[in-house]
Ligand binder design. Structure first.
Ligand code: PGA
Length: 261
């Protein structure tokens, strides 16, 4: 059973040295435990560390290695967009995937449905694997309606035949560790929500031969990861807080590595 770990570092860590330490810690685990083709690892550092972390991924001491993704991209490939980084620039750097539609961009930075849709189109245009996030804000009955709306607007006008692979992440906002009172979803609920998302996409969009992996995100750590990734419906985890704490990260990769071997 192949699973994926995606580390969303958000606006962390504060220095390149700390960023390199995070990568080294994972490399050590992978070297110690030997190669495991069943675990894909993707780090999504802040823009300013990308080049360096890509260089580290090329020099990884483990044969398994890891991939590097970005946390954001611009809606256009070039032009007058002060402060933005385009998909074309990311591809030029060797970036393979990009997070789109994360709730922090949606809610804290007011990113609209339209912008998220344009970013998805730009990722596809530039052959970058999208890591799309969906999830309800508050736990409760309206979550399905909220998630269906997000899927509808995000996938509007998307031509899936140009897309080989995509990660679709179920990330309920109430479960994200940075939010007060957050707690991890239980594996069965997470799996049911993913089932809903999977079927909704199947019933409403012609995704053709696009390979879609379904990911859970929200307060994942080494203690709770087992139950989550043992669910058939859950192909991997998107991890924020625990992916920038060295010891937690090392334990998490270790747990996932053992479980998937
Ligand atoms: P968390 O964050 O693991 O700290 O809950 C996940 C995310 O927001 O991507």
């Amino acid at each position: 059973m192949k699973k994926t770990f995606i580390g969303n570092w958000k606006m962390n860590p504060q220095s390149l040295k700390e960023a390199q330490d995070l990568v080294n810690v994972v490399d050590e685990v992978l070297v110690k435990e030997g190669s495991n083709p069943n675990l894909d690892i993707i780090f999504c550092p802040p823009f300013i560390f990308l080049e360096n972390i890509i260089a580290m991924s090329n020099l990884s001491k483990s044969s398994q290695g890891f991939m590097v993704g970005a946390q954001n991209l611009a809606i256009e490939n070039s032009g007058a967009y002060t402060g933005e980084i385009s998909g074309q620039m990311l591809t030029g750097l060797g970036i393979l995937s990009v997070i789109i539609g994360h709730s922090e961009r949606r809610w804290k930075l007011n990113e609209s449905d339209e912008v998220i849709n344009k970013k998805l189109k730009s990722a596809i245009l530039n052959n970058i694997i999208p890591i799309i996030c969906f999830g309800e804000k508050v736990r409760g009955d309206s979550s399905k309606e909220e998630i269906s709306k997000q899927i509808q607007s995000t996938f509007q006008g998307i031509d899936f035949k140009d897309l080989k692979k995509m990660y679709v992440t179920y990330e309920p906002v109430w479960a994200i560790s940075a939010n007060s009172g957050a707690e991890v979803d239980n594996p069965k609920n997470a799996s049911n929500s993913i089932d809903f998302i999977k079927n909704y996409i199947k019933d409403n969009f012609d995704t053709g031969s696009t390979q879609i992996d379904f990911i859970y995100g929200g307060s994942v750590n080494f203690d709770n990861v087992n139950g989550l990734i043992l669910e058939n419906n859950i192909d991997g985890v998107l991890v924020g807080g625990a992916s920038v704490r060295k010891e937690d990260l090392s334990k998490l990769i270790d747990a996932m590595n053992r479980l998937t071997k």
